[in-house]
Design a binder for this molecule. Structure first.
Ligand code: NAG
Ligand code: NAG
Length: 550
């Protein structure tokens, strides 16, 4: 079932070189037909083995953002394909296969149900997608080393095993299970590496999620390589559990989850809709768009996954969800008009970044006529303080979990990752693997520092989801020329001109934002259920997944 053909095999340049001497020595002994035969068998064996050994299956891109000169060591691991480790342990293979079967069964047949409920969005003219943010000096530097390791540590499969345990629970499930994932709050999920894993990923197929907008369906829009869909994030100190729609839906039962922010948060919302919709049968899910609010509803769960457009969080002249390409961006100090739509929501996920990157200074409207020009980082801090005040006044921490997504990085200059032949992000099919020098892709890390300090200063717990550094490696994951511009797919001529038209801000789906949602999933589903006693359900293969029984 898991045939070797499913993995990408990269033959190293060694293979042809090894082949030639063997062939020539075979010719020397050509008189003896038996020895010729044996040599060909030998060649075959050598080729088979070299294919295996040279499969560059895992790039471990350990990531770390260096704050206050902390050195981060980054590894490039070239390891054998993931399934090899498992073949040694047949029970694990069986477990994985059973799980794979179950995943297939759970998958809804491809359909276009409720398509009248799906208002195909007239996507906003992605003005933000075309503007290059200027470079900022104040970025923390990252020092990296390259080490080559033959094998990854055994921790690499933990996330998957943990998932198997949870899936087991579903098999015998008569009534909903209250699963609690075992992801310690103390584990830094954002320190780790990217691992190529075409067995567990992608988490859904592009054509299986009818809710995806054309902005992000890169394969349908003509992209040829799909390796960007197959990278798993492996935290250094623990595992990121594989997303399970039913586990999250159980958490969302009778509840609302809402993304609030700019088009990157919309990108992530689309990912979340696709991730959960696989757990919901035909005709029991709808998506409606009404002004600034998009609502995906899972009927049987009475649950919603929503997106609210507020690119600066505070009120601004970019708040129109369709016509927001304004030449001069003006923000205000008020948040109440947006905030009233966020009240009472059970899971709130905020972001704001890309709209700040247009100009070094922001225009802030005070009162009704007074404008002032404020330097970007200072204006950002003021806005986040206004946001924090809103959270303090309006969020009940017993009911609501609050998240803040850190900056989503852009990849505008291929020189940033030493590809002078590149054109922005357009020709990239692999994450950054050259860890021999610091990665600088123009992220304004000052704003990251503002996010961190404002969140740390809050009385109310806000979970800061630090996607910035780990996403900086993913130059391969942007929509590039396989997307829309002003509501229309790029023409062939436009696609042929990535220097002008490539979108190196937004991300293809399935893709990187699915990983961001796995962070949310890990945090949400690791919380104990209220008013219930936890007990450890079972623990094997070094995992303990506790769950609660009614
Ligand atoms: C459905 O969920 C909403 C919150 O999203 C809640 O207010 C309402 O009571 C729920 N209805 C039922 C029937 O559970
Ligand atoms: C759309 O949103 C507005 C304002 O939030 C609300 O008054 C209206 O009822 C909504 N329309 C639909 C069809 O849900």
């Amino acid at each position: 079932m898991r045939s070797p053909g499913r993995r990408t095999v990269v033959l190293s340049s060694r293979t042809p070189a090894m082949k030639r001497p063997l062939l020539s020595s075979a010719r020397k002994h050509g008189r003896n037909p038996v020895s010729v035969f044996l040599f060909f068998v030998l060649i075959l064996v050598v080729l088979m083995y070299s294919e295996d050994f040279n499969s560059i299956a895992d790039y471990s891109l350990r990531n770390s953002r260096a704050k206050s000169q902390e050195l981060a060591h980054q590894e490039l691991a070239i390891a054998k394909p993931r399934h090899e480790g498992l073949i040694l342990d047949s029970t694990k293979v069986a477990e994985e296969e059973a799980e794979e079967e179950e995943r297939k069964e759970a998958r809804p047949v491809l359909q276009r149900e409720g398509s009248d409920a799906i208002a195909r969005e007239q996507p906003p003219t992605d003005e933000e997608g075309r503007q290059e943010p200027e470079r900022e000096g104040a970025r923390a530097s990252v020092t990296v080393n390259v080490t080559q390791v033959a094998r990854l540590p055994s921790a690499r499969n933990q996330g998957h095993e943990q998932q198997s345990v949870i899936s087991d629970q579903h098999k015998s499930e008569a009534k909903p299970q209250r699963v609690v994932l075992n992801v310690p709050e103390t584990c830094d999920l954002f320190e780790g590496r990217w691992v190529y894993d075409d067995v567990s990923y992608p988490l859904y197929k592009e054509h299986e999620c009818q809710f995806l907008t054309e902005q992000v369906t890169c394969m349908r829009n003509g992209r040829r390589d799909d390796n960007y869909q197959k990278w798993r994030w492996q935290p250094r100190d623990c595992s990121l559990p594989r997303f399970d729609a039913r586990v999250l839906l159980e958490r969302l039962r009778g509840k609302r989850l809402m993304f609030v922010g700019d088009s990157l948060n919309r990108n992530q919302w689309e990912s979340m809709v696709c991730l959960v919709q696989s757990g919901i049968p035909w005709g029991k899910k709808t998506l409606t768009k009404n002004g600034s609010l998009n609502v995906f509803r899972a009927e049987d769960y009475n649950a919603t996954v929503e997106f609210y457009w507020a690119p600066f969080l505070v009120e601004s002249n970019a708040d129109d969800p369709r016509i927001h390409s304004v030449p001069n961006r003006v923000i205000t100090n008020s948040i109440a008009k947006h905030g009233k739509h966020w009240k009472g929501v059970d899971y709130l996920i905020f972001n704001t970044y890309i709209w700040w990157m247009n100009t070094p200074k922001m225009t802030v409207l005070r009162g009704s006529t007074k404008y002032s020009r404020i330097e970007r980082a200072a204006a950002y801090r003021r806005v986040l303080r206004i946001w924090a005040r809103w959270v303090h006044r309006n969020v009940n921490p017993k009911k609501t979990m609050v998240f803040f997504m850190s900056l989503s990085p852009n990849h505008m200059r291929s020189e940033d990752w030493d590809n002078p032949e590149g054109i922005k992000c357009a020709l990239e099919t692999m994450p950054v693997t050259d860890m021999s020098r610091p990665l600088e892709v123009g992220t304004d890390w000052r704003l990251f520092a503002v996010e961190e300090s404002v969140i740390q200063s809050m009385r109310l717990p806000v979970s800061f989801i630090k996607i910035t550094a780990l996403s900086e490696f993913r130059k391969d994951a942007h929509t590039s020329v396989h997307t829309l511009r002003q509501g229309k797919l790029l023409t062939a001529e436009q696609q042929a001109d990535p220097a002008t038209f490539a979108d190196c801000i937004h991300w293809c789906l399935p893709g990187l934002p699915d990983t961001w949602n796995e962070f949310l999933y890990a945090r949400i589903a690791s919380r104990p259920w209220p008013n219930q006693h936890t007990h450890t359900h079972r623990s094997h293969t070094n995992l303990s997944v506790s769950h609660l029984v009614h």
